[in-house]
Design a protein around this ligand. Structure first.
Ligand code: ZN
Length: 326
């Protein structure tokens, strides 16, 4: 179970689920007299663990969206919907590794929607829970691969290097970094088709999640490109879930992430051509370096523009200009 390649918080929840110690209604009623153990999401069933993650109509619809999206995995639905808790867990955790990741991230989003219903009295649309799931599923894939595949700066493997955009385009590379709500930053670098620095920025801000930090970095870069009257832009980000997410910005609830998604989506709808590409983090070293500076050297809310490449990352930048590569 600990070998599943997902961030730690997902594994912790799974661990609590396997040990059956999650504080669901049926368990709380045993400890707290007069506690109402009914499910807050459907309001007509006792809330036990199986109900929360499997039987609740909300969870059933959520899983059915997942099965539709990942139909090619051919998961045995008969077994999925008709097992007791321990068989159900073994069935899912012994499945192919892609499904184990989907399952683990899915469980987490069900639990988070359930907690929102219980503690904040807010019911998320199922489609919205699903979109969040999809985003974080892709995001955890990107992150786990990012850490493992990330080469050192001295790597001279040219296929991993930054490449100039197509003719007539500018290219924007962005990167968000996130340690916690008060310690997040973003940065971006825009270069012309010859690889020459057009503008850069590093900023420090408060962000709720790593996804919000990335989106804030992108929004700032798009605004700067627009103000420079650029009409053809390639946006390179290592978050490949972004494109999927931006296709349906209205399905996100109001809130930190949803508002940012709609902001970025509306910028993209302006009268210009922006092509979004997914890239590995390793081709984004200059933006990455600026992000680090943004997070460590500036005050929250500060955004520092760089008309020229700052000294700290000049060497990196120089190695990325195509004609200067030895
Ligand atoms: Zn229910």
């Amino acid at each position: 179970m600990w070998k599943i390649r997902v961030p730690y918080k997902y594994k912790m929840l799974l661990w609590n689920l396997v040990r059956e110690i999650l504080p669901v209604g049926s368990i709380l009623r045993k400890r707290i007299p007069f506690f109402d153990p009914m499910c807050m999401r459907c309001e007509y069933h006792l809330e036990d663990t199986v109900h929360v993650f499997g039987d609740c109509p909300n969870s059933c619809v959520f899983w059915s969206l997942i099965f539709k999206q990942f139909a090619y995995l051919k998961i045995d639905l008969q077994k999925f919907y008709n097992s007791n808790l321990s068989d159900w867990l073994s069935f899912n955790l012994a499945n192919v590794s892609t499904w184990r990741i989907i399952f683990t991230v899915g469980i987490w989003h069900i639990w988070s929607a359930r907690n929102m219903a219980v503690f904040e009295k807010k019911m998320l649309l199922i489609q919205s829970t699903f979109n969040k799931f999809l985003f974080y599923y892709h995001f955890s894939l990107t992150l786990t691969q990012g850490t493992i595949d990330r080469p050192s700066c001295s790597s001279n493997n040219s296929s991993r290097m930054w490449a100039p955009p197509q003719k007539g385009y500018h290219k924007l590379n962005t990167d968000g970094s996130w340690i916690n709500v008060d310690n997040a930053g973003g940065r971006g670098v825009m270069r012309c088709e010859k690889g020459i620095w057009v503008s850069g920025y590093a900023m420090k801000f408060n962000a709720m999640t790593v996804a919000s930090a990335e989106l804030m970095a992108i929004r700032e870069g798009l605004l700067r490109a627009w103000s420079k009257n650029i009409k053809f832009l390639e946006l390179e980000t290592y978050v490949d879930a972004l494109t999927k997410m931006l296709k349906d910005p209205k399905s996100f609830e109001d809130g930190d992430l949803g508002n940012l998604i709609r902001d970025v989506a509306s910028l993209l709808e302006r009268d210009w051509t922006v092509q979004i590409f997914h890239t590995s983090r390793s081709v984004n070293l200059v933006a990455d370096k600026l992000a680090y500076m943004g997070r460590t050297k500036f005050k929250a809310g500060e955004c520092v523009p760089f008309t020229y490449p700052p000294a700290d990352c000049f060497d990196l930048y120089a190695t990325e200009i195509p004609d200067m590569v030895p």
